[in-house]
Design a binder for this molecule. Structure first.
Ligand SMILES: Nc1nc2c(c(=O)[nH]1)N[C@H]1C(S)=C(S)[C@@H](COP(=O)(O)OP(=O)(O)OC[C@H]3O[C@@H](n4cnc5c(=O)[nH]c(N)nc54)[C@H](O)[C@@H]3O)O[C@H]1N2
Ligand SMILES: Nc1nc2c(c(=O)[nH]1)N[C@H]1C(S)=C(S)[C@@H](COP(=O)(O)OP(=O)(O)OC[C@H]3O[C@@H](n4cnc5c(=O)[nH]c(N)nc54)[C@H](O)[C@@H]3O)O[C@H]1N2
Ligand code: SF4
Ligand SMILES: [Mo]
Length: 733
């Protein structure tokens, strides 16, 4: 497929992109003055893809005189379809942020109270290599770990693998979607993908539990649900807050926080007892129906009303609506899933409900994905075998199918099951990302080496020994992005649109140079990032020259739905959908989810809830000048009546104090609203930045993470539940 950059395509794409988006899309002069002129005369159009969140939408940069002056969505991108969200439009704010990390830095002070020395790349790599060797000599390669988030991590994984390291963890598992993935893997033998395999555009009925689609700007998914609405799809949203998507729904169920499992179990019971389930589907594809049925008998609608505060007749009506629209129903699996500590079981309940309604592999439910893959670089030496048979860090959490940050932190503190002495942290701001900072700092103090690879001087940077400044996604070749979609897949290329600013460098270069220092040059035979990608594409029969021009190549796929000649396969031990999970029973967990009560706030305090700012990605963008114009600080949503009782009004500032007496270092703006239940307050995550080097974000709003001293661990997969903290409102500040 080719892309023609005709003016019409551009106008169409630009028009679509700007619909609903208010961000300024050209860069103000003052932010460009420090960027070097490259003498480029003619406008170039260079496709690449976004890294302002993991959705990785395709974009096209307009480049003039060596500067990016505007970006648009790439119409070929299946993740964006020519559109960008408000954050995606702010690429220039990431690229031309004057606060960016500019040079390699070595900390000559202490962790937490750094004294920075500007270093050459050679000096920085030399120091890292020496410390890596010392750690490997004393403790073995398994004493090194990588914590990562983002595309460029692929090069660090390659380097560390080659060095014999295998402990890699992404917070996007144990601090995000891990429980959902494991809940679905235990039930269907497969996860729901990223982007999720929701067939929203064909759904007749959609249920979202605590998934505030739109505020979480999952680009193509938002487009799909809107398509679904225009074909008549009905939506029920379960959320203690009237989110933006709840305001588009037929029904908003303002559930008491921490009780979703009660609602789900009651729905399962009604679907079974009233006979709404897809009998043929369940009989053919599932096991454990009788055990499930017996186990949910106690969860009556009346019982669920008492737990959730949702009227029992509404609970029954929604179950009937789901049943009546089966199988063209999608009960969303959610994404940020680490809520209360029994999250894998809540996700299991969502999976079971989908199974009963026969939505897996059905139109309007969950489609079977198709996707292309690009082979590895040809002819690379095998990685050394390492740590085989030794104790795994995650033995405590039997279904941690991916390594958890939780275990890395624990092993670093205790030295058990083996010591961890060095961390590489790529694109993860651990001070905002992991709950319980005191413990995180305790772990960091035990390290012999802490390397941060980042683009910005975020809060976490001050704990690093060595800081490696990566150039932004607009300035580099990177790992290929391959995505799975309905009936087709995509291969997307990231390529530089301009030269890296200052001394920042791409990860492919850093990994290769450090690899050379470590004697691993045979693992890095490529000349540069472009050749690395070109060779891989060539090996996979993908036209690299074409990919450079179009940014995205769409690959053909397979049928998305179950049919006589497209039968599903389930990767569970039984080869069927497991309504009753023997795997869980064998490890001492409930084979069918059981409800457990969670603590509720005491009088005068509120549960602290949080979620995504539509125009920011966590702490990734809180310093982005195109986005701070639109939202500079977060605010605290408080139920109007409750707020008035406390003598608060809109525009006041307050501080918060949590159950352990920890007070927010800053202050937050009050927003009184009837869109919030009275037993919880809500704020956007990512604000309350402490790093003074982040000049626009510093001190704006407060951080949910500063108040997270309680985080239960999901015993099944090691996720850290963060919605267990309660706060009191402290006036003034
Ligand atoms: N308190 C609290 N904690 C949470 C959450 C919450 O809502 N509240 N959300 C959780 C969720 S859902 C997730 S997925 C995790 C995410 O947490 P992280 O994995 O930490 O992800 P981000 O916040 O996206 O990472 C931001 C870091 O990446 C850097 N960065 C940005 N672009 C680049 C780049 O191109 N190269 C490099 N090297 N670095 C870059 C940024 O400067 C920043 O330091 O946090 C989890 N933790
Ligand atoms: N704009 C933007 N988009 C993003 C991101 C971003 O930072 N910015 N981050 C991305 C990432 S990594 C992720 S994981 C996703 C996360 O996106 P989502 O999975 O949608 O997760 P949250 O942002 O945590 O969802 C918060 C919603 O859950 C509700 N909620 C809180 N407690 C409960 C409860 O007990 N029960 C129920 N039913 N609801 C509850 C809150 O009121 C809020 O509306 O977003 C992604 N998209
Ligand atoms: S959803 Fe927005 S921020 Fe995320 S990749 Fe797409 S355009 Fe970028
Ligand atoms: Mo996430």
């Amino acid at each position: 497929m080719t892309i023609k950059f005709s003016r019409r395509t551009f106008l169409k794409a630009a028009g679509a992109a700007s619909a609903g988006i208010t961000a300024a899309t050209t860069v103000p002069k003052k932010f460009l003055s420090w960027a070097e002129e490259a003498g480029q005369k003619d406008m170039q159009l260079i496709p690449t893809f976004c890294e302002l969140c993991f959705w990785n939408c395709g974009l096209i940069a307009k480049v003039e005189n060596g500067k990016v002056i505007k970006i648009d969505g790439n119409p070929l991108s299946l993740r964006g379809r020519g559109r960008l969200c408000g954050r995606g439009n702010a690429a220039l704010g990431a690229l031309y942020d004057p606060d960016r990390l500019k040079f390699p830095l070595i900390n000559t002070g202490t962790r937490g109270a750094p004294v920075w020395k500007r270093a050459s790349w050679d000096e920085a790599f030399g120091l890292i290599a020496n410390k890596m060797k010392a750690i490997k000599d004393s403790y073995g390669p398994e004493a090194l770990a990588l914590i990562y988030h983002g595309t460029g991590a692929a090069f660090w994984k390659h380097l560390l693998h080659a060095y014999g390291v295998s402990t890699f963890a992404a917070p996007s598992f144990a601090q995000c979607r891990g429980p959902r993935d494991i809940g679905f893997v235990l039930t269907f033998g497969a996860d729901v993908g990223s982007p999720e395999y929701y067939d929203f555009s064909k759904s007749k009925y959609i249920v979202l539990l605590g998934s505030h689609l739109g505020e979480n700007a999952h680009n193509s998914q938002v487009q799909d649900i809107i398509k679904g609405f225009s074909s008549g799809a009905k939506l029920t949203v379960v959320d203690p807050r009237l989110s933006n998507i709840a305001s588009k729904a037929e029904r908003w169920l303002a559930i008491k926080p921490a009780t979703d499992l009660a609602l789900l179990l009651a729905w399962i019971r009604i679907i079974i007892e009233e006979g709404w389930y897809d009998k043929e589907y369940v009989e053919k594809y599932a096991v454990g129906f009788d055990e499930l049925r017996a186990a949910v008998q106690e969860y009556t609608p009346q019982w669920a009303e008492n737990e959730t505060s949702i009227a029992s007749d509404v609970i029954v009506e929604v179950a009937r609506e789901m049943g009546g629209n089966s199988p063209n129903v999608c009960i969303g699996a959610g994404r940020y899933a680490v809520w209360y500590g029994d999250d894998t079981q809540r996700s299991r309940a969502i999976a079971i409900l989908n199974a009963l309604l026969g939505t897996w592999g059905r139109e309007g439910g969950y489609f079977f994905p198709s996707g292309g893959k690009v082979p590895e670089y040809p002819g690379l030496p095998a990685y050394p075998t390492h740590a085989e048979g030794g104790p795994k860090l995650d033995d405590a959490y039997p279904f941690a199918l991916l390594q958890t940050t939780t275990s890395i932190k624990q092993a670093t503190i205790t030295g058990q099951p083996h010591p961890i002495k060095g961390w590489f942290v790529y694109g993860s701001n651990l001070m905002k990302t992991m709950p319980d900072k005191v413990e995180t700092i305790k772990a960091i103090e035990k390290l012999d080496l802490l390397v941060a690879i980042d683009t910005m001087p975020v809060d976490f940077i001050k704990y690093a020994d060595i800081v490696l400044p990566e150039c932004t996604y607009m300035e580099r070749y990177d790992e290929i992005s391959s995505g799975k979609f309905k009936g087709q897949g995509e291969i997307a290329l990231r390529q530089p649109t301009v030269e890296p600013l200052f001394e920042s460098k791409p990860s492919w270069w850093m990994a290769k140079e450090l690899g050379n220092k470590l004697g691993l040059s045979t693992y890095f035979p490529w000349k540069d990032g472009e050749e690395y990608l070109a060779k891989r594409c060539e090996a996979g029969g993908i036209d690299f020259a074409q990919l450079k021009k179009s940014g995205v190549i769409v690959t053909p796929g397979k049928p998305p739905y179950i049919s006589a000649d497209n039968q599903p396969e389930f990767g569970t031990p039984s080869g069927k959908i497991e309504l009753y999970s023997k795997q869980l029973a064998e490890k001492g967990f409930d084979p069918v989810p059981k409800y457990t009560k969670h603590p509720q706030p005491q009088a005068g305090s509120f549960r602290l809830l949080f979620g995504r700012a539509p125009l920011h990605t966590f702490s990734r963008t809180t310093n982005n000048f195109m986005l701070t114009d639109l939202q500079q600080e977060n605010s605290l949503w408080i139920n109007t009546k409750k707020g008035k009782e406390l003598g608060l009004k809109n525009g006041d500032y307050v501080m918060l104090e949590n159950q352990d007496g920890v007070r927010s270092p800053g202050r937050i703006l009050v927003k009184l609203t009837q869109r919030m239940r009275g037993d919880a307050v809500y704020m956007n995550h990512g604000f309350g930045v402490h790093s003074k080097a982040m000049t626009r974000a510093n001190g704006q709003g407060i951080a949910d993470d500063d108040l997270m001293t309680d985080a239960a661990i999901d015993p099944i997969m090691g996720g850290t539940a963060m919605r267990r903290n309660f706060v009191k409102i402290v006036k003034g500040g």
